[in-house]
Design a protein around this ligand. Structure first.
Ligand SMILES: Nc1nc2c(ncn2[C@H]2C[C@H](O)[C@@H](COP(=O)(O)OP(=O)(O)OP(=O)(O)O)O2)c(=O)[nH]1
Ligand SMILES: Nc1ncnc2c1ncn2[C@@H]1O[C@H](COP(=O)(O)OP(=O)(O)O)[C@@H](O)[C@H]1O
Length: 301
């Protein structure tokens, strides 16, 4: 078949052949009508080093999930002309010590979808542990949150990423004096960003060991991250009971069960530190006592 083709037409053909020493070569041949093929080029094929990031992740890493202060900072610097509020956020970020170092007291982060009981639990933990209660994004950024929530993912997520670095500065300071309880931190930023960016089903999420779940090397690492999970119907009941205006993302969570599952699965895949998952469906008192036991075990408190 190929021989007939070669004799009748004039064309270039590339084939791959291996030499006796096991090397792989790309052989380019040229055929003229009715004549034997002529080798016109031969290239040695070498194995390329594995790319740092899988191609499918390139639209996530440092475009919706940021792994360094500089990367997030640079995005808001580019926005200063079109979003004047960026200047004020950058000024606050300038004041925070990059690579904030954690103090000697434990830092405990409470994560979870809206209405899983984070606010309730963190307030109780603050009282019992006589600690500091912080949140991300920190209060100093609250006035601009709606402004950046209206921006495209690249900018919005850079805002939240800088919020984590500013919170880290507060965490470092407070953890020198007492235990610190944090209501949402990098897990929320990464989980919501990944779940929003990755279309399709749960299977479309980057695999559990993907670098996309890697904790930023320059971001203060907490001692314990607790992920509160609640049955969807119980969460909906609590949301209703709370009667608070839903965020755009929360409305999305309610309307889109798959998005909610992707957020939760992304939370679970983040490593170093990974979340410790707690069923927060029981009563406030039961959830509180289970988390206190966890803190005693993990943080020797
Ligand atoms: N804190 C925080 N929220 C994020 C981030 N990315 C997306 N979100 C979404 C999660 C929530 O649907 C929404 C509001 O989250 P927050 O917990 O900060 O606000 P709020 O305290 O009103 O909600 P919650 O206490 O969780 O019911 O923003 C992020 O990086 N940090
Ligand atoms: N363990 C619990 N059992 C029943 N209701 C709860 C529990 N924890 C919190 N709630 C109620 O559910 C609603 C949402 O709780 P909240 O702490 O605001 O959640 P989040 O901060 O995660 O959004 C509130 O009305 C709160 O009183």
């Amino acid at each position: 078949m190929l021989k007939d083709l070669v004799k009748s037409e004039e064309f270039h053909l590339c084939t791959y052949v291996s030499s006796e020493d096991g090397k792989l070569w790309q052989q380019c041949v040229w055929s003229q009508r009715g004549k034997e093929c002529t080798e016109v080029a031969k290239h040695y094929i070498t194995v390329a080093a594995k790319p740092e990031y899988h191609p499918t992740l390139l639209n996530i890493i440092n475009t919706v999930v940021y792994y360094s202060f500089e990367d997030a900072y640079r995005v808001l610097q580019e926005c200063k002309e079109c979003i004047p509020e960026s200047k004020e956020v950058l000024e606050l970020a300038d004041q925070c010590m990059k690579n904030s170092t954690k103090g000697r007291f434990p830092v405990i982060v409470i994560e979870g979808l809206d209405a899983t009981g984070k606010t309730t639990l963190t307030q109780s933990l603050q009282e019992i542990l006589r600690g500091a209660l912080l949140r991300s994004p920190p209060g100093c950024l609250s006035q601009w949150r709606a402004r950046f929530d209206a921006e495209p993912p690249l900018i919005r997520r850079a805002f939240y990423a800088l919020g984590n670095y500013i919170s880290a500065c507060d965490i470092a300071r407070e953890s020198a004096k007492s235990p610190v309880i944090v209501d949402r931190y990098w897990h929320s930023t990464a989980a919501y960003a990944i779940a929003t960016e990755v279309g399709g089903t749960l299977e479309s999420l980057p695999s559990s060991h993907s670098e996309v779940y890697r904790w930023p090397r320059d971001l203060l690492t907490p001692d314990l991250v607790v992920l509160l999970t609640v049955r969807p119907e119980e969460r909906a009941r609590r949301l209703l009971a709370r009667g608070v205006e839903k965020t755009r993302e929360e409305a999305e969570l309610e309307a889109n069960n798959l998005f909610r599952q992707k957020v939760e699965e992304a939370y679970r895949r983040i490593q170093d530190p990974a979340c410790v998952v707690i069923d927060a469906s029981p009563s406030k008192e039961e959830v509180l006592s289970e988390v206190l036991l966890l803190i005693q075990k993990h943080c020797n408190l």
